[in-house]
Design a protein around this ligand. Structure first.
Ligand SMILES: [Zn+2]
Length: 155
């Protein structure tokens, strides 16, 4: 196994030799870069005449649009119309906050996270399970209620 490394600006070029059984060893630095560990699956995707090599991430059907890709005929804000979400985002709260940070304007989505409860005696209790409430003027009140129930179940 011979590895030649050539780093040019942000472009990293690493070569690996193919064995008689068409096997290659993924260079350590590539594994580190892509977060590839023993037992992980990798995927080769053809795009514009190039092969993209990446770690395969397990996906699940979007629970918010039930895999249809849209909510009331508008692209689903949760899966962004992709009908599925990567499993690494099974922390729904993190996923949602991320969406709101990046695409709030695009999807016209607002999110409220409530992680505390103030009692009558003014004492504050931090909730084990935060409450999340999503809102959007693009989606009917009825549908928003349904979405919020689904989200709460996911957290
Ligand atoms: Zn969706």
């Amino acid at each position: 196994m011979k590895i030649n490394e050539n780093i040019k600006g942000n472009e990293i070029k690493v070569t690996a030799k193919v064995t008689g059984k068409r096997q290659i060893t993924i260079p350590k630095e590539i594994c580190e870069m892509l977060g590839i560990d023993t037992g992980d699956k990798v995927i080769f995707v053809e795009k514009n005449n190039k092969i993209i090599f990446r770690k395969e991430i397990d996906k699940m059907i979007c629970p918010i649009c039930d895999g249809t890709g849209d909510i009331e005929e508008i692209e689903c804000f949760f899966c962004k119309g992709k009908k599925e979400i990567p499993l690494r985002y099974n922390s729904t709260l993190y996923y949602l906050i991320n969406i709101v940070m990046n695409d709030a304007r695009k999807y016209n989505i607002a999110i409220t996270v409530i992680n505390q409860q103030i009692n009558e005696d003014n004492s504050v209790v931090i909730l084990d399970k935060p409450k999340i409430i999503v809102n959007s003027s693009n989606i009917s009140d009825e549908k928003i209620k349904e979405i919020n129930l689904k989200l709460q179940e996911l957290i």
